[in-house]
Write a protein that binds this ligand. Structure first.
Ligand code: FAD
Length: 345
């Protein structure tokens, strides 16, 4: 395979394009700068232990080393520092939560991910009394907006980026000039007629940007998690999110979700803060929470790379490499991510 057109330059399309280029493929990357981009609203957090029950993320040990290698190399290539490995301080309140946490910490397979009885680090004076702190190790943050802006600049300078919104039909017609067209459209993939039968469950999400008015806030490196996650952006500013909406009227930030996030923030912080921004995006989530890779049952030249759901930062590097192996070496797709699991048409 020598020539590939990629539709969509979120984190999925960007990493796929980079990996194909590394293998000598002539890539053209198109993006229509459409509203609702998940990557531009996301904090890019990688968290090994998620959910109310603190369960280790699916195949984390396989994906994290690939993510770390990919983003540190990309930082070098793009000349932008996009990768930071920082712990997450977990706020625990109820007795049940504290017991669940301690029980997890006692399990050998959680040993390198969780620790108990943490002091709360720099967050302690900003969070008020009464909290118990846990610590999540092997967490990281990828600065998606910086990565995507720098990647766009590079592809434009090198002449292989096109700012254009392709309809699926236009892209399919374009396929005659390429060996393959790969759709990396984020949530818009749910309406692409060339990939029927997929059980999408897309979820809009919103986040706030807040500035904590405390001299200590600018020095905080760790993230802080209760219902909402706070991730430091520098100079006392933090990304605070995200919310989940499975039904929504538009792609804009809303008062309701802003109020929901603020309510949770107010419960976490005693330090004064100001809301200085709000954003919204739509997560390309699939019912079985697994990525979507594979070939269209309707046109053999069309492929999909999507379904990163809530975990694009962790998943996209590993699965981009997996799809490239499939495209170039015909290695079989992992059945867990192959879209044929939905039965096609
Ligand atoms: C509020 C929020 C918080 C999140 N937090 C995290 C987090 O902390 N960590 C994490 O790992 N993940 C997080 N996520 C999820 C993460 O954003 C996604 O997993 C990931 O960004 C999906 O990337 P993508 O490239 O598939 O889609 P997108 O980022 O949506 O990109 C799709 C791109 O395709 C373009 N496009 C679409 N259709 C066309 C077309 N027909 N023609 C041309 N261009 C087209 C769009 O313009 C867009 O640029 C969060 C999401 C949200 C909404």
């Amino acid at each position: 395979m020598n020539k590939v057109l990629i539709i969509g330059q979120g984190i999925a399309g960007a990493l796929l394009a980079r990996t194909l280029r590394q293998h000598g493929v002539d890539v053209r990357l198109a993006d229509g700068a459409l509203p609702g981009s998940a990557s531009l609203a996301a904090a890019g957090i990688i968290n090994p232990v998620t959910g109310k029950r603190f369960v280790k993320s699916w195949r984390f040990g396989d994906f994290f080393p690939v993510a770390r290698a990919t983003y540190t190399a990309l930082s070098q290539e793009l000349g932008v520092d996009i990768w930071s490995e920082t712990a997450i301080i977990r706020l625990l309140s109820t007795a049940e939560e504290r017991n669940d946490w301690s029980a997890r910490c006692a399990l050998p397979e959680y040993d390198s991910y969780l620790s108990d009885n943490d002091g709360g680090g720099a967050w302690k004076p900003l969070t008020g009394p009464g909290w118990h702190f846990g610590r999540i190790h092997q967490a990281a943050r990828v600065n998606f907006p910086a990565l995507l802006a720098a990647f766009r600049e590079k592809t434009q300078a090198e002449g292989w980026f096109e700012q254009r919104n392709y309809t699926p039909e236009e892209a399919a017609r374009e396929a005659r000039y390429y060996d393959a067209v790969v759709f990396c459209e984020g949530y818009r993939g749910a309406t692409n007629p060339f990939f029927p039968g997929i059980q999408w469950q897309i979820a809009k999400g919103e986040a706030l940007i807040v500035r904590i008015d405390d001299p200590q806030a600018g020095n905080i490196a760790e993230m802080l998690k209760k219902t909402v996650m706070l991730a430091p952006l520098g100079q006392g500013r933090f990304w605070a999110g995200g919310s989940y909406q499975w039904h929504y009227a538009d792609l804009l930030p809303s008062c309701e979700e802003g109020a929901y996030l603020e309510k949770h923030l107010a419960g976490m912080l005693t330090a004064p803060y100001k809301i200085v921004g709000q954003m919204a995006g739509v997560r390309p989530t699939v019912r079985d929470r697994r990525p979507l890779l594979g070939r269209s049952p309707l046109d053999p030249k069309l492929y999909i790379f999507n379904g990163m759901g809530t975990k694009g930062a962790l998943l996209a590097p590993y699965w981009a490499a997996h799809l490239v192996d499939h495209l170039l070496e015909q290695t079989p797709l992992d059945p867990e991510v192959d879209i044929r699991r939905f039965g096609g048409i």
